[in-house]
Design a protein around this ligand. Structure first.
Ligand code: MG
Length: 390
């Protein structure tokens, strides 16, 4: 029977909170998708892509069906991103391997790729990368603008030029693959190949026959090496009863046009630091500014919400603010009452040596005027007493 045996492992890694990779591993289909986009949108995009591809390829299990499945997935992700604000800009890479041969035929597979998730072939004790990374750095390297060494450290080595769900013309790389005895295929997200060297990957594939154990071992290696991104690994072997070619072949079906690399989105970064000013970042900064401004206004309101009266030595003065200040808000002089301190009753004179707090400016004025009037009443009473005195 023409089928595959897939060992699968996925791990969130050691740095990220969410695993935005998704995969499908069956007897007829193996898919890895690495989602991009914040607030779990990447997780949604990759899961949606894998689900759509599995569903469509299940009904059309041939090379054209796999290509169409990827196109459908692209459409689904783009539509979902368009209708929900928090999913705008979400996308996903995809690398998928589908069995396209009939039950009695030699095992033949179709491979498709968009993005920087990879497919490798392990044959004749040698690991060869089949897919090309659709990143700005890799595209520039292919165009001869930079060397492999420069591409390996280029700031844009994780910036994707193609992804599912991003509104642009979808271009899918395609291959036709047959497998010979002892040959294996490997699909992975960049969380594996960024952490584990080709030599180490080859070492595990050479020494571990069981595809499940090989996949688990590779994911653990990537995690052990830092696990700075989500890790997904599928090790694909022919089923034990599959008919195989004497020697496997890989044929590129579709040669993509060479276009100037243009970033579609910033993929998850590893190592490099880039400043990304997105509408979401701007909105976040604006929200912070509003919170800070509101906080400042509340503090200022509290600091200036009371008034107090105090003698300045000669005159009664109204101040605004807390007598001893509040945080960095110092009290300010609000009004001179024109009332001399010696025009107040002796008890009031003593009281206004220290602040007399009132809740409003009107209340402060009322206190000053009332105390002054009390003094005037007393003065008139004294004058009356002097008149009636013999
Ligand atoms: Mg990744």
């Amino acid at each position: 029977m023409s089928s595959i045996r897939v060992g699968a492992a996925t791990d969130v890694g050691q740095v990220r909170d969410l695993n935005e990779d998704s995969y499908s591993a069956g007897e007829q289909l193996a898919v890895v998708a690495d989602g991009i986009g914040g607030h779990a949108a990447g997780e949604v995009a990759s899961a949606m892509a894998v689900e759509t591809i599995a569903e469509h390829f299940g009904r059309h299990p041939n090379a054209a069906g796999l290509l169409r499945a990827v196109e459908r997935a692209n459409q689904s992700v783009a539509e979902a991103a368009a209708v929900q604000a928090d999913r705008q800009g979400m996308g996903t890479t995809v690398v998928a391997l589908g069995v396209t041969s009939g039950r009695r035929d030699e095992l033949t597979l179709a491979l498709v790729s968009v993005g920087d998730s990879r497919a490798y072939r392990f044959a004749n004790d040698e690991l060869v990368q089949l897919t090309e990374d659709h990143t700005v750095a890799a595209e520039r390297q292919r165009r001869g603008e930079i060397t492999a060494e420069q591409a390996a450290t280029d700031r844009q080595r994780h910036v994707l030029t193609r992804a599912l769900g991003i509104p642009q013309v979808l271009e899918v790389d395609q291959w036709r693959i047959t497998m010979g005895p002892g040959e294996r295929l490997l699909l992975c997200s960049d969380g594996l190949c960024n952490e584990v060297s080709d030599q180490e990957i080859a070492g595990v594939l050479r020494s571990t026959d069981d595809p499940q154990l090989a996949a688990t071992t590779l994911a653990e290696l990537a995690r052990g090496h830092g696990g700075r991104d989500n890790i997904t690994v599928l090790v694909v072997d022919p089923a034990t009863d599959a008919r195989l070619a004497d020697q496997g072949t890989v044929t590129r079906v579709h040669q993509p046009r060479q276009v100037a690399p243009e970033a579609v989105r910033t993929a998850p970064l590893r190592g490099s630091r880039q400043r990304i000013v997105t509408p979401r970042v701007v909105a976040f900064l604006l929200a912070i500014a509003v919170v800070l401004l509101t906080g400042w206004m509340v503090l200022r309101w509290y600091a200036t919400s009371t008034y107090y009266l105090k003698s300045n030595g000669a005159e009664l003065v109204i101040y605004q603010g807390h007598p001893s200040g509040f945080l960095w808000f110092e009290p300010t002089q609000r009004a001179k009452t024109g009332i001399k301190v010696n025009q107040l009753l002796p008890t009031t004179q003593r009281r206004v040596q220290r602040p007399v707090v009132e809740p409003t400016l009107d209340a402060a004025w009322a206190y000053a005027v009332n105390q002054h009037n009390a003094w005037k009443v007393q003065q008139r009473a004294y004058a009356g007493l002097e008149r009636v005195a013999p």
